[in-house]
Design a protein around this ligand. Structure first.
Ligand code: ADE
Length: 236
């Protein structure tokens, strides 16, 4: 999968060189490239923002550098002849980014992230590219970050680990939280007693059926307690 990230902080994404995703990059499963939006601002100060029409606090990202940066990526993709990219704009005003969306995006060959700062990107950028490619505004959660970078990083990790081959043992993806609408069961390893706390007997019983049943109950109980919304009982 190819992932292009347009940002005013390309160095922020160096952290992707480490860990599991770093390995996937080295092995060629993920080709992640961060681009500096300021390379497409042509004044002396490399300005990418301006005051909002209609007034108000904060600055808005100008459309021209975005147009030049995104056109460059689209032109390169068209020349390579592959399927066209999907544009992802992290935004607190987007639809909630959830596991099914991560799984859907992990099927695609090419994603482009547009990381806005300040009060956001001039709306015409989204309106224009919406005519040329699939565009998704996605929110990490109901809180406001200073920009799209942290959200893009979280999304790249959630999507990237679902690309076949990135996680060594695909079984480890099967029973994790959110994969099927329930939270994960609690896990234990050795020692059997730690600071007076014992591993539940059933996990040492060798009875696979009993272990599976216990884990399933734990998932339901935990989900009911901390995320009743996932079970459809919001009033629980
Ligand atoms: N940019 C700022 N806040 C955000 C959020 N909650 N999700 C995605 N992008 C954002």
């Amino acid at each position: 999968m190819r992932i292009d990230i347009v940002t005013i902080f390309p160095e922020f994404f160096r952290v992707l060189d480490v860990s599991l995703l770093g390995k996937a990059r080295t092995s060629g499963l993920l080709d992640v490239r961060a681009h500096d939006l300021r390379d497409h601002a042509h004044d002396r100060h490399r300005t990418v923002d301006d005051t909002p029409y209609g007034g108000g606090a904060g600055m808005v990202m100008k459309p021209e550098p975005w147009g030049e940066a995104l056109d460059g990526i689209l032109d390169e993709a068209a020349a390579a002849g592959g399927p066209g990219p999907t544009l992802i704009v992290p935004s607190p005003a987007g639809e909630p980014f959830r596991q099914p969306i991560a799984a859907e995006l992990a099927q695609l060959d090419h994603l482009v992230f547009a990381c806005g700062r300040y009060e956001g990107i001039d709306q015409r950028v989204v309106d224009h590219y919406d005519e040329r490619m699939p565009v998704r505004l996605l929110s990490l959660g109901d809180y406001v970050l200073n920009g799209g970078e942290v959200a893009a990083m979280a999304m790249v990790e959630a999507i990237g680990r679902l690309v076949p081959g990135v996680v060594g043992n695909p079984e480890s993806l099967v029973e994790e939280s959110h994969q099927d609408g329930l939270l994960e069961y609690p896990s234990y390893t050795k020692p059997q007693v730690w600071r007076g706390l014992e591993v539940p007997d059933v996990l040492r019983s060798g009875n696979h059926g009993a272990v599976a049943a216990w884990r399933h109950e734990q998932r339901i109980e935990r989900t009911r307690r901390v995320r009743p919304d996932l079970l459809g009982d919001d009033d629980a």
